[in-house]
Design a protein around this ligand. Structure first.
Ligand SMILES: *Cc1c(COP(=O)(O)O)cnc(C)c1O
Length: 427
């Protein structure tokens, strides 16, 4: 597979290089030079999920990873399914929250971790990242138990929910969690300082494993195939996907799936009040506003970092902008949508509810709608209980982790203190 940097065409890399580097020169995103559609899409859709995902990823990545290796990577990463739940006559939810951290990020995170572990061929790597909750858990679970990769996660002490904290601080082994006595912005500053410090960057072989890594996107393409495969054949070409979006990785993956030949009629880019993209699709003007906090906080992004990849997909003719619609849903209607879903017998959380709302408003009679269930309702338990006025039970894995001891170490908000801690624990 060949990829090029969208900010500098001379920066062309292989899949392995793109996975190891994450971002290219000038912070540019890597993008595949060719996306070749399947000529036997119905046969591909007929395959079982894991086998099909290996086939799709092999088609995209090519010979760079031997088939047996790719097969073991995908099998290790995709240990849970992506079932389609029927919500009403015309509408389904693609449930992407059956992984260990109850959100779709488990698919991309686990595939990236397995790729990195295999591509680095045993060289030691340290993943250093800051989290305000969600990404930390997905990264921690994805890398837990992988040889030669140490993970250090910084988070603001006392500023994330106990439940979220338990999800990643109770793993131990190669997962090191550090509670910084400050806020999330300071955690991010400490991570930046470490990447800027050659002693630490080179001495500990730092890698960011962040959300723009190409391996995540490719993994996410697989569940769009799985969604359409679960529909009756006569419904396939009528599919509208509504994608609750923040950084727009999920929507990018959906468009790549369409470029590969999955029959999809159109997409809805659903956001909360941070609606830069819906406004842009209506007016043609890119005008981000300051980010506002919402109950769908994983989508509180006003400058989505994957958008240039979507522009590239449009410019290179893989899809027409005409089949891309945007819709911003405010706080009030997010809650209305959660209640509507509950009245249909489907308990959901704010992110997925935004997908449902945008879909239900625009779906025509001859279409079939799928909104992505990006997180399990228990992950946003407090909000869901407040809005619906009914108790939400925890899935077993989460309930179990609540009772486990946590391995976090407190460190003051000082780069020198963090550096000392890193060398003391990792060397
Ligand atoms: C990350 C996240 C999103 C946004 O996904 P993007 O790929 O960044 O657009 C939506 N919902 C949940 C629950 C998330 O964790």
């Amino acid at each position: 597979m060949k990829l090029v940097n969208l900010k500098d065409a001379s920066d062309a890399v292989s899949f392995s290089e793109a996975v190891k580097k994450g971002l290219g020169k000038h912070q540019g995103l890597y993008f595949p030079t060719d996306i070749i559609p399947f000529d036997n899409i119905d046969d591909v859709l007929a395959m079982p999920f894991v086998e099909r995902s290996i086939h799709v990823l092999k088609h995209l990545i090519g010979d760079e990873l031997p088939e047996a290796l790719l097969s073991s990577i995908v099998t290790a990463a995709f240990q849970f399914g992506a079932p389609l739940a029927k919500v009403s006559d015309q509408i389904h939810c693609l449930e992407l929250f059956h992984g260990p951290t109850l959100a779709f990020k488990d698919f991309g995170g686990r595939f990236m971790a397995q790729c990195l572990a295999n591509i680095s061929k045993g060289e030691p790597i340290t993943i250093l990242t800051a989290t305000s909750g969600d990404t930390g858990a997905a990264v921690a679970h994805a890398f837990h138990g992988i040889d030669n990769i140490q993970v250090v996660i910084l988070y603001p002490k006392g500023k994330i929910s106990k439940l979220q904290e338990k999800l990643f601080t109770t793993l131990g082994d190669n997962i090191h969690t550090v509670a910084i006595e400050s806020d999330f912005d300071d955690c991010q500053q400490l991570v930046k300082a470490a990447f800027d410090d050659p002693d630490v960057r080179d001495g500990l072989h730092l890698n960011s494993a962040n959300s723009i890594n190409i391996s995540r996107l490719l993994a996410q393409v697989c569940y769009y195939f799985e969604a359409v495969a679960q529909l009756p054949i006569e419904d396939r070409a009528k599919v509208v996907f509504s994608v609750p979006s923040g950084n727009f990785g999920n929507l990018t993956a959906g468009i790549i799936a369409k470029a590969l030949g999955v029959p999809i009629k159109r997409f809805i880019a659903a956001t909360n009040s941070n609606d830069t993209v819906p406004r842009y699709l209506k007016t043609g003007e890119w005008a981000p506003k300051p980010t506002v906090a919402t109950i769908s906080n994983a989508m509180d992004v006003s400058q989505p970092n994957n958008w240039p990849r979507i522009e590239a997909l449009v410019e290179q003719g893989y899809i027409s902008k005409d089949i891309l619609m945007g819709e911003g849903v405010d706080e009030e209607y997010t809650q209305v949508a959660m209640r509507q879903l509950a009245s249909l017998g489907y308990v959901s959380e704010p992110h997925a509810a935004i997908g449902y709302r945008s879909l239900a408003r625009s779906l025509t009679e001859d279409e079939v709608g799928i909104f992505l269930g990006t997180a399990h309702p228990a992950k946003f338990r407090e909000t869901v209980e407040n809005v619906l006025g009914q108790p939400i039970s925890l899935p077993q894995a989460l309930a179990d982790s609540v009772g486990k001891p946590d391995f976090s170490v407190d460190v003051e908000n000082s780069y020198e203190a963090l550096k000392k801690h890193l060398f003391a624990t990792l060397r």
